[in-house]
Design a binder for this molecule. Sequence first.
Ligand code: ZN
Length: 229
Amino acid sequence: MSQVIILFGPPGAGKGTQAELLSDKLNLYYLETSKIIEANVMNAKEGEYAEVDGKKYYFLDEKKLWQKGILCSPPFVSFLVKQKIEELAKEGKGIVMAGSPRTLPEGKDQIPLLKELYGPENIKIILIELSPEQTIWRNSHRRICELMRHPILFTEETKDLTRCPLDGSKLVKREGLDDPETIKVRLKEYKERTLPLVEYFEQEGLKVKRVEGDQSVVDVHKDILENIK
Ligand SMILES: [Zn+2]
């Protein structure tokens, strides 16, 4: 049976980078919530809707929110994510998730479905730990590439890079998102809204393995592989 790997950790812990590596190495589908939203709203058709708990969410309304940079309705996002999970399970594909589920309600919504489709023994949860000081330092230095928005972690090996190692495009800072004040807000959000997931996963009988995030990308990758055996 295919497996599901869920990576989580504070902003800047390198979840996205590690998810890409695991996706390549283990042939897993990297399930990115933002890409799923984008794919669905870009192709939104007049009158198309998702019904969740008796309420209708119109794709075109959600597209308007998305285009303004406003978060789409959580039930709508959840609907799309679960639809994708079901599709992948049907195809027998393994999944790696990073940064989702991000809150307790999302976890409670997605975990039962994942357990049912993949079996609890095939769900591996990795918490990439990073101290608050490291989180702030890394985030205030982090860059993404202009072309594909590949995240480039700020480490000893990458600090002098000016171009994306994958596609050669210029590395830029993320406007607004990586200001120290914004990072503090995100860190607080992480502590208050994401970390409670640890307890929930454990209640659900899923083990949470901890990996030290303050090391090179390759060493974090090795530790993750060791912990999902
Ligand atoms: Zn790139």
